[in-house]
Design a protein. Structure first.
Lengths: 343, 502
């Protein structure tokens, strides 16, 4: 390896914001600028309120996906968990007449329990997360429809404060999301739990052979995923002023899109909270922009699908380019490891 | 006739084959034997075109073979039957044999199954495969799968068939059937090359045997003129050029680990030994002899079927590597550093401190102190002389030797008393190997670590260990003590080990 090692060099290289995230911030800012210049209403407090609340919802949904991607899995049932949570919430509030203070913990518990079921199936029965969450998606969805009969539940007015209120124009919804996001960033960056989850996603075998109980990490990630999906669902019900069973139906694509645009590694081990926030903003702004230019709403998903492909292609391109750049000068300097193939 | 002339092949840091010339005659079964890393696999891969030789040439019936890949070799009539059985489970036997030459109705692309089955039957008869051609592969026994592979080689008109440990998954009875068929087959003038770790098979089946050692061709002799001790001497006997490292000064009366009757069915049977403080205990044997298998049971990666493990006088229950590391301070350095040892895409820092994060946490904020993390990582980089431009370097970019030091360092950081080090110098260059050797000795002598060294590299194990356990067929078959006595020569010790291998 060329280059000498000094104590100094390591300290200054603890990167705070990676280049990719900076790219996202610039992209988000550009989009914001373009839409603001084009539209007269975009900068109005009302539009900003609505848009930022949408960002908050998408970010929470994406987090539910990202925590599973980080440990090398996925969760196709994020939307289904959201739906089931909404129904549980509705039951508590309308049928059983509980207050929000009791109903919200129940909702969160239902979400986390759904995640626990996913996690246990993945870890104990050793089925891969795709199959597990595909199946539980149907199960949760079915339960949702069966229990609710498809009808929305009424919620008391007091329940809508968080979803509809604001402080200095910033929705409470958005603030809740920010708090969660900061917590997530802190967890992955600075806590043993978070870093062990990252290590598990980076290389499960190596992590386990380094003394990490990788099964627990995967289980925890799935519980967290369920929790975040539930949180998103509850806040959405609060925003809507009713607990609508169809809540999570459109979440799946959003969860992947925002997580991927935000730089969450599809093979695990990589996540950026700031990136996911930017992903949420970009995703929301593009949707909003398409409405502003009166694009045919029936084609909306085409653009969003293309956006995901674009994000993945750019990442792939960076990866290939980075590998070439790394290999070229060092191929001569020192041999890499692989030598004798296994006998 | 297949001839290899002056074949050399290097990989970064290692000369895998050095001027190897061998002639394989048709109508004979030719064995290739050697320790792990002797160059057998590399040789096989060159013959069948998967690797290209740096120097030298391969001749098939007098004509030079210049194949650039396996497909070209196959077209020339050279085929390999791999150690692992590679099949498509849902295919029929006939389909597996005829896969690259399915008979169709003219140019329609529609497969004429009855013709395929009929032709396959011919090759199945040749290898004595007694099942309907329409049987599914997944229903076959390992031996029958093996025969299917050989039939496939014959169907592609192979004149040279390389058999890489073909018996490794077979029962005794199945091995016998396979041998009968190979003996019939050689009469048809096919060149059969047989790679094996099992001496009985070499003597029972093969006409001639070639010994490789450290990438060099040692000798080719008819098996009828040879006996087992001679063959083993040819395999392992070599001059030990490195200087003697002196005696290992361990505490005879402080037992840190005792293993009694450790068993995992099919992996390791009834292993018992004791390890003292500051000792370097070598485990020698061929691949699959049960060394790594035992280590993995010991650290809780695999379940133990029977046996007891006593750590510092206390009965230990080790059910995961986390137990092993955090409760009993036993570390395991895997032989497979790229797949299991390192987080390749992560920083050197994270790889060095992954085992000690819990120790650096602030109780209230759960914050891993970056200052402490850096300090620990620095300490390891300096004490092990890891060559890296910085702690933020991605582990994948380090050289093999430095990667190995990183994976060793994480166990040192965790302050393990017992270190199980599995093949520490595979794939590292000579300089790094020497450094790692000295490091292992220093850990035992200065830091009073107890070390279990698993190695298939005889000079390495003789040089480092003070005691060696010899493994064969999933059992500990012998023990050689006082390996570090400067009065004993390398030859003496390697012969002592060799005796247990017979």
């Amino acid at each position: 390896m060329p280059g000498t090692y000094t104590r100094q060099s390591s300290l200054e290289r603890r990167v705070l914001i990676p280049g990719r995230t900076i790219g996202l911030i610039i992209a988000a800012a550009l989009l914001f600028g373009v839409i603001a210049a084009y539209s007269e209403t975009f900068l109005s407090p009302y539009t900003q309120f609505v848009v930022s609340r949408l960002v908050a919802q998408f970010v929470l949904i994406a987090l539910a996906q990202a925590v599973c991607l980080v440990v090398g899995g996925m969760n196709l049932s994020v939307g289904a968990i959201g739906s089931l949570t909404t129904v549980a919430l509705g039951l508590c509030l309308e049928d059983w007449g509980l207050s929000g203070w009791a109903a919200v913990p129940v909702g969160l518990a239902v979400g986390a329990a759904c995640g626990l079921v996913n996690g246990l199936l993945i870890v104990k029965v050793k089925i891969n997360s795709f199959i597990v969450t595909l199946s539980t998606m149907f199960i949760f969805m079915g339960l949702r429809s069966g229990i609710s009969g498809g009808n929305p539940y009424a919620v008391p007015d007091s329940f809508t404060v968080v979803g509809q209120g604001n402080i200095f124009g910033v929705p409470y919804f958005f603030l809740v999301m920010l708090v969660v996001l900061v917590g997530v960033a802190y967890m992955y960056r600075n806590t043993v739990f978070g870093r062990r989850m990252l290590a598990t996603g980076g290389n499960e075998d190596a992590a386990r052979l380094s003394g990490i109980r990788t099964d627990r990490m995967i289980l925890s990630a799935n519980v967290l995923s369920g929790f975040f999906a539930a949180l998103a669902a509850i806040l959405y019900a609060s925003e809507l002023g009713s607990a609508a069973p169809e809540t999570g139906d459109s979440w799946l694509i959003v969860s992947f899109a925002v997580a991927i645009i935000g730089g969450t590694g599809l093979n695990g081990g990589v996540i950026s909270a700031l990136g996911i926030l930017m992903g949420g903003i970009i995703y929301t702004l593009i949707r909003h922009g398409l409405i502003e230019i009166k694009a045919n709403p029936y084609y909306m998903n085409v653009y969003l699908g293309l956006l995901i492909l674009l994000a993945i292609s750019i990442d792939r391109g960076r990866e290939v380019y980075g590998e070439r750049k790394r290999q070229a000068p060092e191929a001569v300097a020192e041999p890499a490891a692989p030598v004798e193939p296994p006998q | 006739m297949l001839e290899l002339k002056h074949i050399s092949k290097s990989f970064p840091g290692v000369r895998a084959l050095d001027d190897v010339s061998i002639t394989f005659a048709p109508g004979e079964i030719h064995a290739i034997v050697g320790e792990n890393g002797a160059g057998k696999s590399t040789l096989m891969n060159i013959i069948c075109g998967i690797y290209q030789a740096d120097e030298g040439e391969v001749f098939l019936e007098g004509r030079p073979v210049h194949s650039r890949d396996y497909r070209q070799s196959l077209a020339l009539g050279i085929d390999i039957v791999h150690q692992e059985i590679q099949i498509v489970r849902e295919n029929t036997v006939a389909e597996s044999i005829m896969l690259d030459k399915l008979v169709t109705y003219g140019p329609t692309g529609i497969i004429n199954w009855s013709a395929v089955n009929e032709r396959a039957l011919k090759y199945m008869d040749m290898v004595g495969l007694d099942v309907p051609p329409t049987a599914l592969m997944k229903g076959l026994s390992p031996a029958q799968k093996r025969l299917t592979q050989i039939a496939r080689a014959l169907a592609s008109n192979a004149r040279v068939i390389l058999l890489d440990e073909p018996t490794s998954t077979l029962t005794k009875h199945e091995v016998k059937t396979l041998f009968d068929i190979l003996n019939d087959l050689k009469k048809t003038g096919v060149v059969l090359v047989f790679v094996s770790h099992k001496f009985e098979e070499v003597f029972a089946l093969c006409d001639r045997v070639t010994v490789l050692r450290d990438g060099r061709h040692i000798e080719t002799r008819p098996t009828s003129e040879l006996n087992r001790p001679e063959l083993i001497r040819m395999m392992i006997g070599r001059e030990c050029k490195e200087d003697h490292l002196g005696r290992v000064n361990f505490s005879r009366d402080v037992e840190v680990l005792r293993v009694e009757g450790l068993t995992r069915v099919g992996k390791i049977e009834d292993a018992s030994f004791s390890l003292r403080e500051g000792e370097i205990l070598g485990l020698y044997g061929l691949v699959g002899a049960g060394r790594t298998e035992m280590a993995r049971v010991l650290i809780g990666e695999d379940r133990m079927d029977a046996g007891r493990v006593v750590v510092r006088g206390e009965l230990a229950r080790i059910r995961s590597i986390a137990d092993s590391l955090y409760r009993y301070r036993i570390g395991y350095l895997t032989e497979n550093r790229k797949e299991e040892g390192l987080l390749l895409a992560d920083t050197v820092r994270a790889n060095l401190t992954i085992t000690v994060w819990p120790r650096m946490v602030n109780k209230l904020t759960r914050w891993i102190s970056p200052r402490q993390e850096d300090a620990t990582a620095h300490e390891m980089v300096e004490s092990l002389d890891i060559r890296t431009p910085g702690l933020a370097q991605i582990a994948e970019n380090l050289s093999g030797g430095n990667q190995q030091k990183v994976s060793l360092a994480k166990w040192l950081a965790a302050d393990c008393d017992v270190l199980i080090i599995d093949e520490p110098t595979v794939g590292v260059d000579v300089g790094a190997k020497e450094q790692i050797h000295r490091l292992v000795r220093r850990l035992a002598e200065e830091d009073r670590k107890s070390i279990i060294l698993i190695s298939s590299d005889m000079p390495e194990i003789v040089r480092l260990a003070n005691r060696i356990l010899v493994f064969r067929d999933r059992r500990i078959v012998g023990e050689v003590d006082n390996v570090d006595d400067p009065a004993r020569t390398y030859d003496e010790i390697s012969m002592a080990i060799g005796e247990y291998l017979q």
